[in-house]
Design a protein around this ligand. Structure first.
Ligand SMILES: [Zn+2]
Length: 283
């Protein structure tokens, strides 16, 4: 049996946690990459605060890994929206939030070094319009994540506005400017892509709807599959249920839309190249 990886989901302490992972396993899933995100605004100022915050994610992943046979990896980093959420009160201005975000990058890099995480993510810039200064700061934070990733030889998972004709080139140029291989960049939350856009080496993590996956196959994109499962009790099954990727793979394989070679590419070769994980021998 070939491995099945969902390369972008979340687990929350207040969510279904291990039970959601059990369902994923029952559906045939074998590997998961869990991305840290802050779901409730919380005061963070210091390195210790960040360690505690990332600890929620690493702890729940360890717990779900023990409770199931699924191989779970984490990516950690300051979520782009944190630049705003960290401004809890009027005393905290954007400059201060920016400094706190940079501490978050440093701690994430330390945890990658300590092998608590395999990469930095999800980081980048808000998917909603923001003022110029916040955008500049977000790009600066992203660039420093790429610098750290270059030193650590680890991936960077990008959260940003939707993929378009120019931002893939922009992210590629940013990575190259710090010496990071573009193949180490994963653009999270890709929808249907336009085949006129330039194809770089950035890995596209496609939200695993039927339509998106078919389009990615037809265009022969360098893609992996994600649910961006939020594990949010107030939005169960959002963005997609954690069982989606295994179910999609099995159905598409049965329908002849995915053969063994393509399966291997999506769930073994690309994860190895982008994330540095071995899904073949860890299951
Ligand atoms: Zn996410």
């Amino acid at each position: 049996m070939l491995p099945i990886l969902d390369d972008h989901a979340h687990l929350q302490t207040i969510g279904a946690g291990s039970e959601a992972v059990r369902q994923f396993e029952k559906a045939g899933g074998t590997h998961l990459i869990i991305s840290h995100a802050s779901f409730a605004p919380r005061p963070i100022f210091t390195k210790d605060d960040w360690r505690k915050d990332y600890g929620f994610t690493t702890d729940i992943c360890e717990e779900a890994g023990r409770a199931t046979g699924v191989n779970i990896y984490c990516v950690l980093g300051p979520y782009p929206g944190d630049l705003f959420d960290l401004q809890y009160n009027s005393d905290i201005k954007v400059e201060k939030a920016f400094e706190i975000m940079k501490i978050g990058v440093e701690v994430a890099a330390e945890l990658v070094k300590e092998q608590k995480a395999i990469g930095i993510g999800e980081v980048g810039r808000p998917h909603f319009p923001v003022d110029e200064q916040s955008m500049r700061m977000s790009n600066e934070i992203l660039l420093s994540c790429m610098e750290k990733a270059k030193d650590l030889d680890c991936p960077v998972v990008i959260h940003s506005e939707h993929v378009n004709g120019s931002n893939l080139e922009e992210f590629t140029a940013m990575a190259k400017s710090v010496g990071l291989k573009p193949e180490r960049i994963v653009k999270h939350y890709c929808g249907k892509l336009d085949d006129s856009w330039p194809r770089g080496e950035i890995a596209l993590s496609v939200l695993a709807t039927r339509e998106n996956v078919i389009s990615a196959i037809q265009q022969d994109l360098n893609f992996m599959m994600e649910t961006d499962y939020l594990d949010d009790p107030s939005r169960p099954g959002a963005v997609l249920a954690l069982t989606t990727v295994p179910k999609r793979m099995k159905q598409f394989s049965k329908d002849g839309l995915i053969d063994e070679r393509l399966w291997q590419k999506i769930h073994v070769e690309r994860p190895r190249r982008s994330y540095g994980i071995d899904t073949e021998n860890s299951a």
